[in-house]
Design a protein around this ligand. Sequence first.
Ligand code: ADP
Ligand code: ZN
Ligand code: MG
Length: 495
Amino acid sequence: MYQSFIGLEIHIHLLTRTKVFCGCRSAFGDEPNTNVCPVCMGYPGVLPSLNIEAMRMGCLVARALNCRIPEKTWFERKQYFYPDMPKNYQISQFASPLGQDGRVELEGRIGGREIVKQVRIKECHLEEDAGKMIHTGAASLLDYNRAGVSLLEIVTEPDMETGEEAELFIQQLRRVVRYLGVCDGNMEEGSLRADANVSINLPGRGLGKKVEIKNLNSSRFVRLALNYEIKRQGEFLDAGKTVVQETRLWNENRDQTETMRQKENAQDYRYFPEPDIPVFRPDEGFLRSVDAALVELPLPRARRFEREFGLSREQAELICEEKEGADYFEEALRLSAAQGLDPNGAAARIANRILQDLKRVLNKGGLGLAGIGGLNFGPARLASLVGLEETGLVSAKIAKQTLEAAVAEDRDPQAVVRDRGWEILSDPAKIAEAVQAVEAQEGAALAEAREAAAGGNGKRRGTLAAFLVGKVLEQTGGRADPKIAGAQIAALIDS
Ligand code: ADP
Ligand code: ZN
Ligand code: MG
C-alpha cells in the first residue's frame, strides 16, 4: 500500500464591489466587455491602484484560517502570455503573501466515521483574475469583464490523504467564506475553483512526484478526480513505472483524469515586484477593522449550539450550515426567552420548525437556508408560534398548520390562531361530545379494544386506544387536548 499526499490550491472570487486594481464593477453575468477600463484591459502606461476592500477581505480569510499577516505585503508581476490576460502578466503575490503559515481543523464524517485532522495552510495571496475565452470553433471570443476581478488563492500543505478529505475541506472552506461574507462560494459559476495536487509514495518515503489536476468546479469532482488519480498512480508504481509530473484535467464525461500538459520543471514566470503598487503595511486601524469583521465560524458555532442549547450534533450542524440560519435561530431563541419560555424546550422546537417547516417553505421558493432572512416569517413570528406551543395553547399539529397559514397570509401566528379559533380545546364536556361521536362510529374498534384489555393484550389495546384518540382529534379539527382525549378514551375502554 502507498501513502498519499494531497494539497489544494483554491481560488475564490472576493465580493468586492469593484475590481482589485481599478474601479470597474465586479459582477457576474453582465453583457460582455461592459465592465472594463484601460487598467483592466492592460493598456500601456496606466496605473493600477489597490482596492483596500479586497485586501481587507483577503486578510479576513487569512485570519479565519489562522494565518499570520506579515508586517508588509506586496505584489509581483507573474509573466506569461495568454489572450485572456492582455497585459501579458498577472499581478499576484509571490514573496510576501498576505496570509502565511495557517492551519485549520478539518472535522466531519466520512463514510460514517468521525474524522478530525489538522491541515496546514501554506499561504493566502491576493491576485487578479483573467478574462474569459469563449471558443466558438472557427475563432475564440474574449470577454474581459472578469479580468481584474479580486481573486484570493488559498494554498494548503499536502496534508490530506483521500478524495473524501479534500472534498470535506472544500465544503468546510466554502461555509467559512460564506460566513465571512467575502465570497458566495458558487462553484458552478466559478466563484470558488480548486486545483488539486496529489502524489503517492511508499510509506516513510515522503512526498512523491506530484500531479496537478486543474480547474475542478465541484467538490464532488475534486473527490472523484483525486481518488481516480491515487488509483492510477498506484497501478503505475505497481508496474514498476514512475509517475510523470504533469498537469491533468478531469473529464467528467469519462470519469477519468487526462493529460493537459507535461512540464518537467516549474515554469519560469520571472516574478518581479510590481513597481506601480506601493508595499502595503497593515496598520493598527486596518487590523482592527479586519478583526471586527471576524465572526464566529460555522464549526465552533455548531459546537456551541450543541453545548448551550442541547441541540443534537446533526441539528446544530444543519442550522449552522448558513450564517443566516444560525442568526435566525439565535434571534428566535432570544425572543422566546424574553417571553419567559424555558430556553431548552424552545430551542428544540425552534430548531425543528426551521429544519422542517421553514426549510420546506424555502425549498418551494427555490431557496436554501441562506434565504431564511427574506421570509415573511421572521424570528419574532417563530418565537410567537413557539410560545403558543410551549404554553399548550396549540398542539404540535396545529402549530404546523398555523405556520403554513401565517406564511401564506403574512400574519402573526397568534392572530391566525385567534381568528380561526384554533386554540386547544380543553373543555372536558366538549371533548366528551367528540368521544361519544367516535364511540358511535367506531363500535368495532372499541369492542376489540375492550376484548384485548380483558384478555390482557396490552399492546393491542394500546394500538386501538391511540387509533380512537386520533379519531377524537379528527372530530375536533385537531384541537382537542390529546391528554384529556386520551384519558376519556381509556375510561371508555376500561368501563
Ligand atoms: P508549485 O511550485 O508546483 O506551485 P507548490 O509548492 O506551490 O508547488 O505547491 C502547490 C500545491 O501542491 C500545494 O497545495 C502543495 O501542498 C501541493 N504539493 C506540493 N508538492 C506536493 C507533492 N509532492 N505531493 C502532493 N502535493 C504537493
Ligand atoms: Zn477596469
Ligand atoms: Mg505554487
